[in-house]
Design a protein around this ligand. Structure first.
Ligand code: NA7
Length: 532
């Protein structure tokens, strides 16, 4: 039994799409909830990532909440892939509609959370030194929220303006007449480079690894298309949940090698014309057969050679790693941008960057003078935001220490040694390999059901069991190592952060298998969790 009355029943860290929905569900159960959020408004990823060209790469009629039929019927998305501002407006609408604002404290960063086993309470400490206690602590801290600033010699001495896409000034950046360097060619670089190139005098792109970029073919939503989706929303959403990524992408067949080259290329052409991420589901053996995977890799490499006029530049842009090894990017005029006179591509795959000088970026002894430096260098993905908080469990165990060799969780929801702490889309759950919003909803609903079960059964404490956690971590690693994702350096495995253990972060077994497991665990009285 809890020894004293806490300030709140639950603290939720983060007011992105996960934190907002968690607040809604816990409040619905009658819990008192405090949400802490570093930003000045809701939206999380879609609050922070204000860089030019930022837009979601999943079709937004499906990258949106489905928990409220009224919400999904009333909201109108302007475009197939809405821009950051539209996603932020949607987040604010949700906060208005469900009256979430009063329970969210903005401009407040959570620095620490300590579990007191005798009291059965978490003490959560914020950056102004305030401490609050709660029975439950839910980490809704996001998978791509802990910004990665690169370790490059001389960066601190650079005399021009420096920006990271996820810390972009709200008022934008004026690139007119300026020489710009962009370091990084993941999604943020891919989306921003074409937009920056239209405004700047010159853009120099420093590329360590070329990525596969599908055209978005973004467009305004047509009224009849919207009406049809809205009329069939529940069925379409249900269908998406049965697919590996929680997105409804039609699968053309079990193997790319089971069909002729002509048929395969017809299918790839169809998906290139369709745009977006659907190509990743074309054949079911992209993650298991290198030969199958190469057929898609070659198709995209050939597209790059067709689009990019300078054959040397085209070769540099053609990815060397397997298709889907790193996250597939979706862009607008990305490859076309390299045909512009004011864009230069610098390959740093062999050399890296020597240093940043006060004037610019130095590679292989040559300094490119620039006025603006854009560090599109990504995130300390999945675990970064959790490890940046000093989280202490039973006997003062630090999460950072527990995860020194890689994250250990049970289902990406609970952690042995950290009672009454839940992570939304934590490591070991499908998260970044799926459509994030359905994954968030599945976690929030699972947690809310668990809290309801505890309340109804008069239970105060839940903790993942060590053996269940060990088995789950082994399963996550086995599956991750069996996929072709393990064949390159990517943030899925923590490879982008110097010193980070090379361990798969998301669960790569697919959304349906994962949700089935979570449902089984709950139905059997939360097997693998100790409750009392
Ligand atoms: P990503 O996908 O991690 O991309 C970061 C890019 O920055 C990538 O090209 C990196 O090269 C490059 N990078 C990182 N550190 C360095 C250093 N030190 N030197 C040179 N280049 C570097 O992050 P994004 O923000 O673009 O996208 C993240 C996700 O957000 C995206 O997948 C969507 O889900 C939304 P590397 O590939 O590591 O060689």
């Amino acid at each position: 039994m809890a020894q004293r009355t806490p300030d709140y029943d639950a603290v939720v860290v983060g007011a992105g799409f996960a934190g907002m929905y968690m607040l809604y569900r816990l409040r619905e159960l009658g819990l008192s909830v405090r949400v802490f959020e570093t930003g000045t408004s809701v939206g999380g990823t879609w609050y922070w990532n204000r860089y030019p060209g930022a837009r979601v790469d999943t079709e937004t009629m499906f990258y949106s909440y489905q928990f409220s039929e009224a919400l999904q019927q009333e909201w109108d998305w302007p475009e197939r892939y809405p821009a950051q501002a539209d996603l932020a407006a949607y987040a604010r609408h949700v906060a208005d509609r469900f009256e979430l604002w009063p329970d969210i404290q903005f401009e407040t960063r959570v620095d620490a959370a300590r579990w007191d086993d005798a009291a059965g309470l978490w003490t959560v400490e914020t950056d102004d030194g305030t401490q609050v206690t709660a029975r439950f602590c839910v980490m809704a801290t996001g998978c791509l929220s802990a910004v990665n600033y690169p370790e490059i010699d001389g960066l601190e001495d650079y005399a021009g303006e420096t920006y990271h896409p996820a810390h972009w000034p709200a008022d934008g950046v004026d690139f007119a007449g300026k020489r710009v360097a962009v370091i990084g060619t993941g999604s943020s670089g891919v989306q921003s480079i074409p937009v920056i190139a239209e405004a700047a005098a010159h853009v120099t792109v420093f590329q360590r690894t070329a990525n596969y970029v599908m055209p978005a073919h973004n467009r305004p939503m047509a009224a009849d298309e919207v009406a049809e989706i809205k009329a069939n929303y529940p069925a379409l959403r249900a269908k998406a949940k049965q697919s590996f990524s929680g997105n409804y992408f039609p699968v053309a067949g079990p193997s790319a090698l089971a069909v002729s080259e002509e048929e395969r290329n017809r299918e790839y052409e169809k998906r290139w014309a369709m745009g977006g991420l659907a190509i990743m589901a074309t054949y079911a053996d992209f993650q298991t057969s290198e030969a199958a995977n190469e057929t898609a890799s070659d198709f995209i490499r050939n597209k790059i050679r067709t689009i990019v006029k300078d054959p040397d530049v085209a070769e540099l842009l053609a990815p060397k790693q397997l298709f889907l090894c790193k996250r597939l990017c979706v862009g607008t005029d990305y490859y076309e941008t390299y045909n512009r006179d004011n864009v230069t591509l610098v390959d740093i795959s062999e050399t890296g960057i020597d240093r940043v000088t006060p004037e610019g970026v130095c590679v292989a002894g040559h300094t490119e003078p620039v006025d603006v430096l854009v560090l599109a260098t990504g995130f300390d993905a999945v675990t970064g935001a959790l490890k940046r908080i000093d989280i202490r469990g039973v006997d003062g165990l630090a999460l950072r220490e527990k995860w020194a060799d890689g994250p250990r969780t049970y289902l990406g929801l609970g952690i042995a040694g950290f009672p009454n702490l839940f992570t939304i889309t934590g490591p070991g759950s499908p998260s970044v390999l799926t459509n994030m919003i359905p994954s968030i909803e599945q976690h929030v609903e699972w947690i809310a059901d668990c809290v309801r079960h505890m309340r109804d059964a008069g239970l105060d404490r839940i903790e993942a069991e060590r053996d269940a956690e060990t088995d789950w971590v082994a399963h996550v690693n086995d599956i991750g190592d069996q996929t072709l994702r393990a064949t390159c350096q990517s943030w899925y495995f923590g490879s982008n952060i110097p010193g980070k253990p090379r361990v798969i972060l998301p669960y790569a077994g697919g959304f349906p298998a994962y949700t089935e497991k979570c449902d089984e665990v709950a139905a059997a009285g939360y097997t693998g969790f100790a409750l009392r």
